[in-house]
Design a protein around this ligand. Structure first.
Ligand SMILES: [Mn+2]
Length: 300
């Protein structure tokens, strides 16, 4: 089966640097060859989108509103094509704003979609309340329909809480401080601390829960789920977090499930990684996670 690596170098801050440069930096660090160590891989290039403007939109209250909707549409179209042709998409951000387009594509092709969401943050800020104005603070709330942006079908609700599992968020105190409602209690949810020491059991339970509502689901990994001493090249570090070994185990278990329809990888900032050692570690993670997946099982 064939993995299709698709870049979406979108930075929700409305900038062309930082996380926007991740697809290029990870390719340079050997991402394609790393993924190809155990699978057939094709580099599908990058998603095109309109020039970002770092100003909050009047409709959505999000930065770079037009570029955001254009990127989300592009991701949706490209992922739809990959899925329809039987490929397994590996979508490389950019930041978490790349996720909604992938979810819409998955629902369009498979008739339904679930989500295993691995992230240091819940990403469900109401856009107008977001202190940054970045869509990457908000995309899960938009996808679930607990908040709204009112811009374009690609950012409209696409997920049900019963088909969604959150693994690794640790921003509960920050959310409480700002009066933002946590998703905890409304869906499958385990913080970094709740995962430690029981990764395999937790992932199995999360996936089983999602699959009861959505046989085909997307795996989203925001690398800021890792502790800062594991990966420092992220824009919004926090205390706590997973170790590489834990994230690799979690990812490998998820990828082995036939219900897993695609995988996104976001938030690496090459501007914070001058010698490229973090990029090399990310490539090793991708290779390690894929190494335990039988070459026939990804992209069923
Ligand atoms: Mn995120």
């Amino acid at each position: 089966m064939r993995i299709e690596v698709l870049g979406a170098g979108f930075n929700s801050a409305g900038l062309r640097d930082g996380v926007a440069r991740a697809p290029e930096a990870l390719r340079r660090a050997g991402l394609i060859a790393g993924a190809a160590a155990h699978h057939e891989v094709r580099d599908a290039g990058d998603v095109d989108f309109s020039e970002p403007v770092p100003r909050r939109g009047e409709v959505s209250a999000l930065l770079a509103e037009e570029a955001l909707t254009s990127m989300a549409r592009g991701v949706r179209q490209r992922i739809e094509t990959i899925l329809a042709e039987g490929g397994f998409p590996l979508l490389v951000g950019g930041d978490c704003a790349v996720l909604p387009g992938a979810l819409h594509a998955c629902r369009a092709v498979h008739g339904g979609v679930g989500l295993v969401f691995v992230d240091g943050h819940e990403d469900a800020w109401p856009p107008a309340d977001s202190t940054t104005g970045e869509a990457a603070d908000c995309e899960l709330g938009l996808a679930l329909g607990v908040t709204a942006a009112h811009v374009g079908p690609e950012l409209s609700p696409v997920l049900r809480p019963a088909a969604t599992a959150l693994l690794g968020p640790r921003d509960g105190a920050e959310l409480a401080e700002h009066g933002v409602a946590s998703l905890r209690g409304s869906l499958w949810f385990a913080t970094d601390r709740e995962l430690t020491g029981r990764i395999a059991a937790a992932v199995a339970d999360a996936v089983a829960t999602v699959e009861r509502s959505a046989p085909r689901w997307w795996l989203h990994v925001d690398l800021d789920v890792l502790a800062t001493d594991q990966l420092a090249a992220v824009d919004y570090p926090q205390p706590g977090g997973l170790r590489w070994e834990e994230l690799t185990e979690l990812t490998a278990i998820a990828l082995r499930r036939p219900g897993c329809a695609g995988w996104s990888l976001t938030i690496y900032n090459p501007d914070l990684d001058e010698d490229g050692h973090e990029a090399a570690r990310i490539v090793r993670y991708v290779e390690d996670a894929l190494s335990v997946v039988p070459s026939g099982s990804v992209a069923t």
